[in-house]
Design a protein around this ligand. Sequence first.
Ligand SMILES: *[C@@H]1O[C@H](CO)[C@@H](O)[C@H](O)[C@H]1NC(C)=O
Ligand SMILES: *[C@@H]1O[C@H](CO)[C@@H](O)[C@H](O)[C@H]1NC(C)=O
Length: 559
Amino acid sequence: MDRGLCVSVYLNKNRGPGSAAAPHVLRLSVMLLLLLLALLSPRAAGDPGPRPGSWTWTRTRPRPSPRDSDVYLDLDLSSVRHRVDTRFLSFTIDASLAEKERFMALLSSVKLQTLTKALRPAFLRFGGSRQDFMEFQRSPWSCGLTLLPWWLEEQLKEEWAQFQEILIKEDLEADYGDLKFTATTVDQLYSFSSCCGLDLVFGLNALLRTKENSWDGANAALLLEYCQARGYRMSWELGNEPNSFRKKAGVVVDGQQLGRDFAQLRELMSRFELYRQAGLYGPDVSQPRHRRADILDGFLETGAQSIDAVTWHHYYVCGRDTSLNDFLNPDILDTLNDNITKILEHGAPGKPVWLGETSSAYGGGAPGLSNAFVAGFMWLDKLGLAASRGLQVVMRQALIGPGKYQLVDPNLDPFPDYWLSILHKRLVGRRVLRVEMLSQLGQGERVRVYLHCASKRSSSSGAVVLLSMNLSDEPAVLFLPPSVSSSSVEAFVLQADQPGEQGVLSRNVMLNGVVLKMVDDRTFPDLRGTRLPPADRLQLPPFSMAFFLFHEAGAPACS
Ligand SMILES: *[C@@H]1O[C@H](CO)[C@@H](O)[C@H](O)[C@H]1NC(C)=O
Ligand SMILES: *[C@@H]1O[C@H](CO)[C@@H](O)[C@H](O)[C@H]1NC(C)=O
């Protein structure tokens, strides 16, 4: 039967993360064209059946009539919608690591450095609540990094795991004591980031203030002087979530004053050869809610000239008050979209907008969720959505540190989101393309897709990569337009190692059916995809995430 018959069925359904407000008439004509091309496609026959393994792949097969559950993809391979920073996927180290300076030595771990190097290029932001309580103390030159002996590494990991409980309690009570740090912290941080090929962003203390409540830059000057003397190329931030300074320290700094503080820091930086051209990012406000937007507005009035990117923070839910349902709820994923809209309304024109600190759940993450396979839905959707809205950089809280949302656990072994990050880093290129989903009954909302040019290191010119996830237990099939269905595919399908909805609570992730695990401290498992023949539809297993690399898409936007 003629597939063209289904066109009218798709008229009034336009849900999906990528769907902008395109008029229905346009949709109709796009669909007609798509379906026509599909009919003319020479490969409209033959079905090898499902492939072996834990997930299936279906090749072209004539279908009698469309089903409610069918989802059609509409891709635009000819124009670049946005171009993100080369360091789009970046991450943080929470300043709490420096609370006891000896823990900084963990950064000398071979295992941690191996894992981190694989995520370059990236920014490494050092900051968080404690940055506004830190004061630099000059100390004698330190002698640089030596590799950590195994027995010390074991001891530190153990102490660090215990100490995290104390840090989490402090965070909950927003009770921070003043914290002195020395050149040891700076040296270790800098060696780590430069050895791993990262660009260090150091968050300065904004709560060092004069009687007139303007920023006191004297301590920052000491630090810049030290860093310049050591030849450290790095960039800077000032203050973390200034909207909660009252709660954390009983100090109120309004947006305009904060903007003037940034101007003062910019002036200070200009006095240092090494930092005259260096990056300065801010104001690191929390996600938009009443007064926070005011702070951003005020800040941009007086501070926009001083900064190179506007930074804000985002968490979907509160770690102590959330559930598995939240982590699988497409409506919650969509709140990020609303937040981005709000921020972009405020953002300084011409300045890139960054998610300067972000994760699934605030308050240190949600135990059993933020570090499980299921957290990947929030992480992958955030990466996809942020890029599709033109955000340039997304800094994941955190590489290591206290809490439950780290990429790497206290034993320095990867959590599932680490594996997701490394695949994203390897496969996803800077150029963001448009993809829309057209489905009849809204199944589309539990299936989410994003499209980028493939990264240069993963494929040749013209290749595209589809980021997709299936949050559903309802049947739906994704139909591909001929522009990509004639290309061979390399599939990277991520699933929990346990089946079903409870399986997503696992802390193990499988790539194409094989559990991912480091071979040893220096050796990664095989991260290649599975090569598949061209197909006109994709079937994702329930509760899965996938990268589909279309090597021969020949996208004009990607050459
Ligand atoms: C931002 O998202 C949060 C949920 O994470 C929501 O409560 C808040 O209303 C959103 N703000 C805007 C302006 O959309
Ligand atoms: C999502 O998973 C369900 C099984 O729960 C499956 O029936 C459906 O086909 C999947 N959706 C896609 C687009 O593959």
